[in-house]
Ligand binder design. Structure first.
Ligand code: ATP
Length: 238
């Protein structure tokens, strides 16, 4: 379980997140939605230790993970696919994936969930381009490599920051199918998404963020009534 409690954070003197609290239970698929600039990416960066929280706490299965280095987060079963993907562009797809596989094997021994074959089978495109430099791949292909790499870290919770942004509809469809397959396998998901249609398709419930705070919660079974409420959608998501 991921538990973010009353976290405030920002950039220098600028406070962006104010008292943000949310939780993701084991195996649950939860979305964080909000308009541009709401603070979603800042929250992801704070959860994965790229930024320090000014106050509040972040825990995974009871362990304090705030400001933890990346390999320690992996040990705690957390993998993140950031918006800019952070792949090694000059290395091949295989080399990028092998690095993650090595780390996953080392720090998650005994808690392995995905074999190399399973992961590469999920992404046929990745398999076809295994020996290409990542920087030569399209944005959609790179996104798939980034998700595959995250899975080889053997997480039980995957955080994805806007995995569909800027990609062609066909690629988005393929990525959504993979995310659904992961959800059906019991992977915990925190999906950051500006497109509420996509978020509703994939997740069980959601938090709505505006101006750095959680302003609304969409509970289990409440997605449709939220989407039907044009005033609410417009007010929160623009
Ligand atoms: P988007 O959906 O457009 O990515 P977001 O909800 O992820 O938006 P953030 O990127 O977290 O929002 O930005 C929240 C606020 O923090 C914005 O006002 C933004 O200008 C500010 N901000 C983001 N990154 C920095 C930075 N490196 N330095 C200073 N301010 C920043």
């Amino acid at each position: 379980m991921l538990e973010v409690k009353t976290v405030s954070a920002g950039y220098g003197a600028l406070t962006v997140l104010r008292d943000v609290s949310l939780h993701v239970e084991d195996g649950e698929a939860v979305a964080l939605v909000g308009a541009n600039g709401a603070g979603k990416t800042t929250l992801v960066r704070t959860i994965c230790g790229l930024q320090r929280a000014h106050s509040g706490s972040i825990a995974k299965n009871g362990a304090d993970i705030s400001a933890m280095p990346a390999h320690e987060l992996v040990r705690h079963g957390l993998a993140v696919v950031l918006e800019n993907r952070r792949l090694f562009g000059e290395l091949t797809v295989r080399e990028n994936l092998r690095l993650a596989q090595t780390v996953g094997r080392r720090v998650r021994a005994g808690r392995m969930r995905f074999s190399w074959d399973e992961v590469t089978t999920l992404f046929p495109v990745v398999q076809e381009r295994m020996d290409s430099a990542v920087e030569l791949l399209s944005g959609g292909q790179q996104q798939m490599v980034a998700i595959a790499r995250a899975l080889l870290l053997q997480p039980d919770l995957l955080i994805m920051d806007e995995p569909s942004t800027g990609l062609a509809p066909k690629v988005v469809k393929d990525i959504l199918l993979v995310i659904k397959a992961l959800r059906d396998r019991g992977m915990g998901l925190l999906l950051i998404e500006q497109n509420v249609g996509i978020a509703a398709e994939i997740t069980d419930r959601a938090y709505v963020m505006a101006v750095g705070s959680i302003v609304h919660e969409i509970g289990r079974g409440e997605w449709q009534s939220f989407l039907d409420n044009e005033l609410l959608v417009k007010a929160y998501l623009g």
